[in-house]
Design a protein around this ligand. Structure first.
Ligand SMILES: C[S@@+](CC[C@H](N)C(=O)[O-])C[C@H]1O[C@@H](n2cnc3c(N)ncnc32)[C@H](O)[C@@H]1O
Length: 242
């Protein structure tokens, strides 16, 4: 960031703080500052790199659509889910050891795959459009494999729209990987899989801002609850059944 831009950002930040102070009072403003500091500085630059370092992997950072060569604006760039947020959500679900099968749609550099494989899933699958990200994910997996509970991990390079969801999948995770028509088509594939083999699928949807407005179109996806997250708004937990 250049010096003039930094000064401009600081000026705008100070203005925002003063405005917030005038409207909400000193105590609330102080709490917001502490919260923002915790998330932006401590969490993003402290905790997240620490976890990557502990695992010996590289999953941080944003890879833009241009860098990934994603031409469809409905397919979203790479940004990993927060370690803490995913762990928090997993406390609200029960994994049947050796039975449940987990899929992360848009698995990126494999952070969620590694986190999920710490639970006793029978299989963990990543579906990712970018072959480049999958090379990184594979390298990350090789470095952590010995420390994981589930060793049956598969990474598939595919557009999620073309991927036939296996009939034994019982957990799905999405961190806002696609929106609009792409999302609708992928959910249609989930529905097809349910029709082929009726069962319950738990859908963990991190930051479901693009799903919530269209959720009424999918009466077979029923909300069970939501978990407040630090890095994004929330993760919603749904039950999918036909
Ligand atoms: C927000 S990132 C989520 C990364 C990972 N799930 C996590 O939580 O750490 C979204 C990912 O979806 C991938 N993606 C976007 N459109 C896709 C599609 N149509 N099929 C498969 N993957 C897609 C992007 O390449 C990106 O890696």
């Amino acid at each position: 960031m250049t010096m003039p831009r930094l000064i401009k950002s600081l000026q705008s930040l100070v203005k925002k703080v003063i405005k917030h102070w005038q409207i909400e009072g000193l105590w609330k403003t102080f709490r917001v500052i502490v919260h923002v500091f915790y998330i932006r500085v401590f969490y993003t630059h402290g905790v997240e790199p620490f976890y990557d370092w502990c695992w010996g992997i590289q999953t941080r950072g944003i890879t833009t659509s241009e860098q990934l060569g994603l031409t469809d604006p409905q397919c979203i760039r790479y940004q990993p889910v927060s370690y803490g947020d995913f762990k928090r959500v997993m406390k609200h679900v029960k994994v049947r050891a050796g039975e449940d099968v987990f899929v992360d749609y848009g698995s990126g550099k494999g952070r969620v795959l590694i986190m999920a494989a710490r639970y006793p899933f029978r299989k963990v699958i990543g579906v990712e459009l970018s072959a480049e990200l999958n090379v990184i994910a594979q390298a990350n997996l090789e470095r952590t494999r010995k420390k994981l509970k589930c060793n049956n991990i598969e990474i598939i390079t595919s557009d999620a729209r073309q991927y036939s969801l296996p009939t034994d999948v019982t957990f799905i995770h999405m961190f806002n990987p696609f929106v609009g028509e792409v999302l609708v088509q992928v959910l249609q594939r989930v529905h097809d899989s349910l029709l082929a083999a009726p069962r319950k699928i738990t859908l963990l949807y991190t930051h479901p801002v693009n799903f919530e407005p269209i959720a009424p179109q999918f009466p077979w996806i029923v909300k069970q609850g939501e978990v407040i997250c630090y890095r994004v708004s929330k993760c919603a937990i749904y039950e999918c059944m036909v």
